[in-house]
Write a protein that binds this ligand. Structure first.
Ligand code: UGA
Length: 443
């Protein structure tokens, strides 16, 4: 099929590349000329495992191309994906100006080239957006077209795999013609029998928010269980295994830590809470989720205050991991931003390392953090002479260090682990003071 993808951010680039890999002709269009030039030269503008390989192959086989020319892309496409930014507006509601502006231009193009096409909303957009896009286009043309909602469920760091092997594909449309085209497009990805679920546009739009809000709630629930574990002397690892084996609960997304971050959960929880409010419904559970998550992000600092008392000021602390999760350089809403800010304000000096996110961190961190932080070139360089180590992100390279290194290199082997990376027994044997999340403290 002929596919046009408007917007080459994270979602657009991954979707366009994977659609090309499954045999379609894909043109990706973006207004950023420099970015388009880079992609034309074979450069992938984001860090995403596995993307380079599929990207290179699709370009080599001439199924994937990049342009700034929306009109040409429109003419050559049967299905047009809108993968545009929907940043949170001042009131917490997603800002639709990018999406509606492009819809307006599409209206003119439908008028100029009157062939049936399907316009697909792939960005995460408030309920009712498909209708708004339809209205915008229809205001400019009488040409037949359909607007479909097709939310994405990709995780950063696993996006290519998630796209290639989705557990489900959700398509919101009441048009049989559009549904048929979408099914044809997605069939190669669901060969194992996973469903393509067709529903109305509004349910589809809400499905995306409901999925993220449910997952954020699940994590937050476990974080609260962890907080109780710490108070009653239980171990959240045991509780997680105890409940996760119940298939009604499920094993995944039950890992307690220092709060969820990233560009999706925080934004989407806020947005659906806001939508509910607009319709006169107080979505109380999400209110609590947001509040708990906020305090969970700095819970590790509270533990440090408790451990050190007034002597925390003037300490030098190592920080392992800055990105909001492993395998990405994304720093948006990362707990590290809040932790380094709080520590900076308390007069704590920091030495930090992250395999990918140091540069993005420098752009996003607060002055209080940056004035008190220096960056190290590797994992062990952070440990040299520090009073304590804080672990913010569970990168693989942090999972299996020689635990003796903590005793050898650090001034004092004191670990505040926000991701529960180490066995309590191993930490005990290695003589480390180990304070993690929802588990008894060691030494
Ligand atoms: C999330 C969803 O998982 C995707 O399905 C969705 O498509 C995407 O948002 C989106 O809306 O675009 P992502 O934000 O990339 O994906 O990251 P996740 O892997 O879901 O992690 C989100 C946060 O939850 C991270 O801060 C992570 O550390 C935290 N988390 C995750 C936990 O604290 N515990 C867990 O058990 C799992």
């Amino acid at each position: 099929m002929k596919i046009g993808v408007i917007g080459t951010g994270y979602v657009g680039l991954v979707s366009g590349t994977c659609f090309a890999d499954s045999g379609n002709d894909v043109i990706c269009v973006d207004i950023d000329e420099k970015k388009v030039e880079k992609m034309r030269n074979g450069e992938v503008p984001i860090y995403e495992p596995g993307l380079n390989r599929v990207f290179d192959r699709s370009i080599r086989e001439k199924r994937l191309s990049f342009t700034t020319d929306l009109e040409d892309t429109f003419q050559k496409s049967d299905i047009i994906f809108l993968c545009l930014p929907t940043p949170p507006g001042a009131d917490g509601q997603a800002d639709l100006s990018f999406v509606l502006n492009v819809a307006d231009q599409l209206g003119d193009l439908f008028n100029k080239y009157p062939d049936y096409k399907v316009v697909v909303n792939k960005s995460t957009v408030p309920v009712g957006t498909a209708d708004k896009v339809r209205e915008k286009i229809a205001a400019k043309t009488d040409t037949e077209f359909d607007v479909v909602s097709n939310p994405e469920f990709l995780r950063e760091g696993a996006a290519v795999e998630d796209f290639m092997y989705p557990e489900r594909v959700v398509v919101g449309t009441r048009s049989e013609k559009a549904a048929k085209m979408m099914k044809t497009l997605y069939e190669p990805f669901v060969r194992s029998g996973n469903p393509i679920i067709i529903m109305d546009e509004r349910s589809s739009e809400l499905t995306k928010y409901a999925a993220n809000a449910m997952l954020a709630t699940k994590i937050t629930f476990m974080n609260e269980i962890a907080n109780i574990c710490e108070r009653v002397g239980a171990n959240v690892d045991n509780v997680r295994r105890g409940i996760g084996t119940d298939s009604r609960i499920g094993k995944r997304f039950l890992f307690a830590g220092i709060g969820y971050g990233g560009s999706c959960f925080p934004k989407d929880v806020q947005a659906i809470h806001h939508t509910a409010g607009q319709h006169g419904y107080d979505f109380k559970i999400l209110d609590s989720v947001m509040k708990v998550n906020e305090s969970q992000k700095v819970s590790i600092v509270e533990k440090m205050k408790k451990h050190y008392g007034d002597s925390l000021k003037g300490k030098t602390v190592g920080v392992w991991g800055l990105s909001f999760k492993p395998e990405t350089d994304d720093i948006r809403e990362a707990p590290s931003l809040y932790i380094t800010d709080a520590l900076g304000k308390l007069g704590v000096k920091m030495k930090a390392y992250d395999p990918e996110a140091i540069e993005t961190f420098k752009e996003a961190a607060t002055e209080d953090a940056l004035n008190n932080i220096e960056f190290a070139s590797d994992r062990d360089a952070v440990l040299d002479g520090v009073d304590a180590l804080v672990i913010c992100t569970e990168w693989n390279e942090f999972r299996r260090p020689d635990l003796e290194n903590f005793t050898k290199l650090m001034k004092e082997p004191v670990l505040f682990d926000g991701r529960n990376l180490y066995d309590l027994e191993r930490a005990e044997e290695a003589g480390i003071t180990y304070i993690s999340v929802g588990r008894p403290s060691v030494n």
